[in-house]
Design a protein around this ligand. Sequence first.
Ligand code: CA
Length: 222
Amino acid sequence: MRVLVIEDEKRIANFIERGLKEEAYVVDVASNGVDGLFQATNVTYDLIVLDLMLPDLNGIDICREVRRAKVNTPILILTARDSVQDKVRGLDSGADDYLTKPFSFDEFLARVRALLRKNRAVKTTTLRIGDIELDQLTRKVKRGDTEIHLANKEYALLEYLMLHANQVVTRTMISEHVWHEDFDSLTNIFDVYIHRLRKKLNEGFDDQLIQSVRGVGYVLQG
Ligand code: CA
């Protein structure tokens, strides 16, 4: 999951970035409105966190512009004041939710998760594909009754494959939503992680859940 954070206050931007990275999200930070608007409309994100008080552009205007550009990514706005008017204007300009500063990271994270499952048919924190179960809250993964322990990136990779089950997930999609680094330098890393993930998922089972699509990417069959 890739998140854009548009926030000029370094302390808050760092707090969010560090916390999200620990939860295996990919995070980009824009420290002003112009950069933020450019990134929001030119890069595909799963979620945008938008501070309303920025030094150059107004967060409300950014929100409107993003929606005008037909970007439907969920937007969580951050407001400094507990002003009803700010929240109303934010939601009316196309934001999906708001949070008033200061906030606890736990609440922030709960809202992030809620927004990320907004467009899913089943709004639970548990993903199930075949006999694999992934709990987005506890980050526990099971296949049948067997618990599978995954490292951060392995978890993020599996979560992404499960959210796109029965579709071909390309290397580009993975590089954009699961990794931060450049795609070219990652070709081998993907294979290593897919290999490890397969090994962990298949221990004691016969069938191969993650199929390779030669030259394109992978598909998790449900
Ligand atoms: Ca600010």
